[in-house]
Design a protein around this ligand. Structure first.
Ligand SMILES: *[C@@H]1O[C@H](CO)[C@@H](O)[C@H](O)[C@H]1NC(C)=O
Ligand SMILES: *[C@@H]1O[C@H](CO)[C@@H](O)[C@H](O)[C@H]1NC(C)=O
Ligand SMILES: *[C@@H]1O[C@H](CO)[C@@H](O)[C@H](O)[C@H]1NC(C)=O
Ligand SMILES: *[C@@H]1O[C@H](CO)[C@@H](O)[C@H](O)[C@H]1NC(C)=O
Ligand SMILES: *[C@@H]1O[C@H](CO)[C@@H](O)[C@H](O)[C@H]1NC(C)=O
Ligand SMILES: *[C@@H]1O[C@H](CO)[C@@H](O)[C@H](O)[C@H]1NC(C)=O
Ligand SMILES: CC(=O)N[C@H]1CO[C@H](CO)[C@@H](O)[C@@H]1O
Length: 318
């Protein structure tokens, strides 16, 4: 069984993982920082530094999600220990910018520039604490200057025929799926966020898209303000002229947190001295697999543009 225990994962199990102790769900190899560093030409000899409602959101803002200095290679990103209860992640709005029929692909970067992020999710059945296999995760986010692909906004007059930073991946037997993307940028009216939605009982089409299915989670990830500041000090984020909104000011961030659910992913700088080299980020999401939310009622359009709406100003900021 794989248990949902993010805080225990980061610290308590780190010492176990160097040994042959294998927790179910951890035996299978996870993406680790060394692999990402190698792929990006960062020396793995570069040491990580030696050594972790609004009120609920603020509570989680005080938690250290930056594990750069405590990270050890082989550390379990997602732990298994029955001592921590499984948590149901709150649902928040899908917003107006989901697009049906995006491609199943792990690397959704395309030609977008920004801080590379390897984003790993574990989806847990909150009633059993086990990873949920064969969920199809659908993710989407704005680019470094706060523009979505595939929809048309005033900040972006001609982006209808683009697909960047959108894609789907199925969870494995541990409930884990990952994406290579970039850290999102902010846009007017919203704090920086990453959308994620999960589907069950979908059908995979020959052209690598899905149709149908139930929707058992609709949510958004938020990011530490300090991390956002560090990312947005770099190019091209620092050319973004849209108005900044903090997590506390955001209309949805407080809804995404509750007393037991922390909406901020943990992260590790791949190169502790240079954030632009990339981040490994991870988060666990607890769901009710039998739920079926009505995501289908709100979507911006479909991949082939057939029903894509040219959004007007009144939809910006959602
Ligand atoms: C993802 O795709 C982009 C664009 O092709 C590429 O630059 C980047 O290296 C890829 N990332 C990974 C982790 O493969
Ligand atoms: C974000 O996307 C828009 C629309 O495609 C584009 O004009 C803008 O240059 C992109 N931002 C960056 C940093 O590439
Ligand atoms: C959806 O898929 C799950 C897992 O395969 C299965 O247990 C469940 O019965 C399915 N639900 C429906 C309504 O088909
Ligand atoms: C995939 O196939 C479906 C069904 O034929 C079609 O509606 C959709 O536009 C196709 N998507 C892509 C990306 O080609
Ligand atoms: C889930 O909701 C969708 C959209 O309303 C519907 O098509 C589908 O049949 C529902 N699934 C189940 C298992 O009820
Ligand atoms: C994360 O931790 C590293 C190592 O201690 C530090 O260099 C970096 O500034 C921290 N970044 C943030 C956003 O907290
Ligand atoms: C690593 C860790 O947190 N282990 C705990 C797992 O849960 C048992 C109780 O169920 C604790 O005794 C362990 O300390």
């Amino acid at each position: 069984m794989v248990y949902f225990s993010k805080f225990v994962a980061a610290v308590a199990t780190a010492s176990l993982m160097g040994s042959a102790v294998a927790h179910p769900g951890e035996s299978h190899s996870r993406t680790q920082a060394a692999k990402l560093r190698n792929a990006r030409g960062i020396s793995t000899d570069t040491p990580f530094p030696s050594r972790r409602d609004l009120a609920a959101l603020e509570e989680f803002e005080t938690v250290n999600h930056n594990l750069t200095s405590t990270y050890t290679e082989g550390m379990a990103l997602f732990s298994s220990n029955g001592s921590t209860s499984c948590i149901l992640t709150p649902e928040v709005t899908i917003g107006p910018y989901n697009i049906h029929g995006e491609l199943i692909r792990s690397n959704i970067t395309e030609t977008q520039t920004g801080v590379p992020v390897h984003l790993e999710f574990q989806f847990i059945d909150y009633t059993t604490c086990e990873g949920v296999e064969d969920l199809m995760l659908d993710v989407w986010a704005a680019n470094a200057t706060g523009v979505y692909s595939g929809v048309q906004l005033t900040a972006n007059e001609a982006s209808l025929d683009t697909t960047f930073l959108r894609g789907l991946q199925a969870t494995d037997s541990d409930g884990v799926a990952s994406f290579d993307t970039i850290f999102p940028g902010h846009y007017a009216g919203r704090a920086i966020h990453q959308h994620v939605m999960s589907h069950y009982n979908y059908t995979v089409l020959p052209n690598n898209t899905i149709v149908g299915g139930d929707t058992n989670h609709i949510g958004q990830l938020f990011f530490d303000d300090a991390l956002r500041e560090a990312v947005e000090a770099t190019y091209p984020y620092n050319t973004n002229t849209q108005t900044l909104v903090t997590n506390d000011e955001d209309m949805w961030a407080p809804d995404q947190a509750d007393n037991s659910y922390d909406p901020f992913p943990d992260f590790v700088y791949l190169d502790p001295s240079d954030i632009t080299k990339g981040l490994l980020m991870w988060i666990s999401i607890g769901i009710d697999p039998t739920a079926n939310y009505t995501s289908e009622e709100v979507f911006a359009g479909s991949w082939n543009g057939e029903t894509t709406i040219a959004h007007a100003n009144d939809l910006e900021g959602l």
